[in-house]
Ligand binder design. Structure first.
Ligand code: HEM
Length: 400
């Protein structure tokens, strides 16, 4: 097994277009598994095939999330500054704590619960479309549509006051910025944590109808204050940029495939399958949290030893020809089954029903309001955001 020429960082869309980096796709076609350097110190196995990634994510007993640098050999570092504190961060927990917190949260994110949010999401989307129409093109669709809509939705869900929302967005970007230095990241994580502590303290004095208020009213005895702060922080970070990046990149993908765009615009029944296909084809989360093997496991033709780190590449897995016919083709009419754009197993995205609902509303609404939607700059000038572990666009200049 050779050392990969690259670590599992986001692919540079300016060089490669959508999909996995060519060297990662080549690994999938060859051995399927490779050793890669990691920012933690020790190297990791990188899984690229659909079946291997699915098997690994589906086996939370053999592969755990709740490791710390102390579990790694040598002088390991921990650059995972997602929340600054691990309490309540589902992605760094294993059962039974993970199960306990997931059980409290899952009822709040069911499809049925999301239906109640639907009218408000439609209203938020329409307000933003009205503002775009008044303003006229060209506009940057990321800052005027793709980012503010999911941001507003998650802030309302959690009870973040309107006055704090802009500052919040900026802080989230800094927290996820892979180009930031360790001290810059630590500073933004500490700021975010302090903000959340304030929000939770205010909710304790006067619990509202939002998610934090509900957790305080219904689960206070099984939830520590640190866990509540951690949950709120994770939901804000996880719910912010992901959906926003899907809306931005998804719009660009549709603009590049006008016949597919027309289907989404003109046929209600095409929207649901199109959202799934965009999730598969774009796979905006490059790789989720690395797992630590708790025992020796044979996977993808190699023996993963107890104590080894295991990472995975979702864009490669979601375009694996063993799992999907003609995987490189964007086809919104295909019935995608078992894509892993939202992950798989016990850490499968908690916010998936919310993200699906937002996309199901926001894509067709945009395309119907502006049937002449088109790029306002040459395609090669579109600015991709390659500094983040979640693929996205810096801006998308459009007109109509
Ligand atoms: C987990 C993708 C939107 C909250 C995940 C994972 C993926 C993902 C791939 C699994 C990571 C891993 O296993 O290492 C996405 C995509 C989204 C999206 C593509 C948008 C289209 C959201 C939203 C929320 C959210 C809107 C919150 C409201 C979470 C949480 C987890 C998670 C809390 C951790 C779950 C756990 O560990 O049990 N997401 N996500 N996500 N996501 Fe999302």
């Amino acid at each position: 097994m050779t050392q990969a020429p690259t670590d599992p960082r986001p692919v540079d869309f300016r060089r490669h277009g959508f999909g996995p980096a060519p060297e990662i796709a080549a690994v999938r076609e060859a051995d399927g598994v490779i050793r890669v350097p990691t920012p933690f110190g020790p190297s990791a196995w990188l899984l690229t095939r659909h079946a291997d990634v699915r098997a690994m994510l589906g086996d939370a007993e053999s592969f755990r999330n709740g490791w710390t640098p102390a579990d790694l050999p040598g002088d390991a570092r921990d650059p995972r500054q997602i929340t600054g504190d691990r309490s309540g961060n589902l992605l760094s927990l294993d059962p039974p704590d993970h199960t306990r917190l997931r059980r409290m949260l899952t009822p709040e994110f069911t499809v049925r619960r999301m239906r109640r949010l639907e009218p408000r999401i439609v209203e938020i989307v329409d307000d933003h479309l009205d503002a775009l129409e008044r303003r006229g093109g060209p506009v940057d669709l990321v800052s005027t549509y793709a980012l503010p809509i999911p941001s507003l939705v998650i802030c309302e869900l959690l009870g973040v006051p309107p006055a704090d929302r802009d500052e919040f967005q900026e802080r989230t970007r800094r927290q996820l910025d892979m180009t930031a230095s360790a001290s810059e990241k630590a500073a933004s994580a500490a700021e975010a944590l302090a903000y959340m502590q304030g929000l939770v303290a205010a909710a304790r004095r006067d619990p509202g109808e939002d998610l934090i208020g509900m957790l305080i009213r219904e689960h206070d005895e099984d939830l520590s204050n640190d866990e509540l702060v951690g949950i709120a922080n994770l939901l804000l970070v996880a719910g912010h940029e992901t959906t926003s990046n899907m809306l931005g990149l998804g719009t660009l993908a549709l603009l590049r495939h006008p016949e597919q765009l027309a289907l989404v615009r003109d046929d209600d029944s095409a929207v649901g399958p199109a959202v799934e296909e965009l999730l598969r084809w774009l796979s905006i989360v490059n790789s989720g949290s690395p797992r630590l093997a708790t025992r020796d496991v044979e996977l993808g033709g190699v023996t993963i030893r107890e104590g080894d780190l295991v990472s995975f590449n979702l864009p490669a897995a979601n375009r694996d020809p063993e799992a999907v016919d003609d995987p490189e083709r964007l086809d919104v009419t295909r019935r995608v089954t078992a894509h892993m754009g939202f992950g798989h197993g016990i850490h499968h995205c908690l916010g998936a029903p919310l993200a699906r609902m937002e996309m199901t509303i926001a894509f067709p609404a945009l395309l119907r309001r502006f049937p002449g939607l088109r790029l306002a700059v040459p395609d090669e000038e579109v600015s991709f955001d390659v500094a983040h572990p979640i693929h996205g666009l810096e801006s998308l200049s459009v007109t109509w």
